[in-house]
Design a protein around this ligand. Structure first.
Ligand code: AMP
Length: 215
């Protein structure tokens, strides 16, 4: 399947993407995970992205399109992909449309995961993430804690609170979402690709996607 997952930070895009990869071998492509990996590895990309990310601002479109142009041409994308956290702006969506046309790739749909703000705030402040950039498993101190406190079940690395998940950075990220990313809902609606899920459970979102894809 070839999907875009839209939704505010904390809507569950990453969790849903990880679950969908198990259905048909499609790969999750999270620009946030790629950028955090680059920051930790100290690459040129990481150096350019770090300050934006810490502040909860978006990384410039050109950097993101540079990442995506090569990522979408890697062979593991042949089975399908789940775009998680990309596109994030109208210029990125325009550039993606052009890139997909050039690569002869057709999207199945864009799924808008619409979760109430109070649920999002609660989730983001209680979310914890595996610090190993090759893993980045997601936990929640209330609803899904690791078996051993602070230790990732999957790889044994420390589970931490992300630097951009302080209350201040979270509220800034949500403002940025409303201003820059929410307009993509109208964009994909016009393209005839939009479906919206207002369920808060990831299982319900997956079921809706399966139903729409006829799986
Ligand atoms: P995420 O893990 O998707 O919440 O992304 C974490 C941070 O990475 C965001 O707050 C942005 O600073 C940056 N980022 C991730 N994806 C994008 C994107 N498509 N465009 C611009 N910045 C991004």
């Amino acid at each position: 399947m070839k999907l875009i997952l839209l939704g505010a930070p904390g809507a569950g895009k990453g969790t849903v993407a990880k679950m969908l990869t198990e259905l048909d071998g499609s790969v999750q492509i999270s620009t946030g995970d790629i950028l955090r990996g680059a920051v930790q590895a100290g690459t040129e990309l990481g150096k350019q992205a770090e300050a934006f990310m810490k502040a909860g601002d978006l990384v410039p479109d050109e950097l993101i399109m540079g990442i995506m142009e090569s990522r979408l041409q890697e062979p593991d994308c042949d089975k399908g992909f789940l775009l998680d956290g990309f596109p994030r702006t109208i210029p990125q969506a325009d550039a993606l449309k052009e890139l997909l046309a050039k690569l002869n790739i057709e999207l199945d749909m864009a799924v808008n995961i619409d979760v109430p703000r109070d649920v999002i705030l609660d989730r983001l402040t209680t979310r914890r993430t595996c610090s190993n950039t090759d893993c980045q498993a997601i936990y929640n101190v209330k609803s899904n804690p690791p078996k051993q406190e602070g230790v990732c079940d999957m790889c044994g690395s420390p589970v931490v609170q992300r630097e951009d998940e302080t209350e201040e950075a979270i509220s800034h990220r949500l403002e940025t979402y409303n201003e820059k990313t929410a307009p993509l809902i109208g964009f994909y609606d016009k393209e005839g690709l939009l479906i919206t899920s207002d369920a808060t459970s990831s299982d319900a979102v997956i079921n809706l996607i399966k139903e729409k894809l006829g799986l």
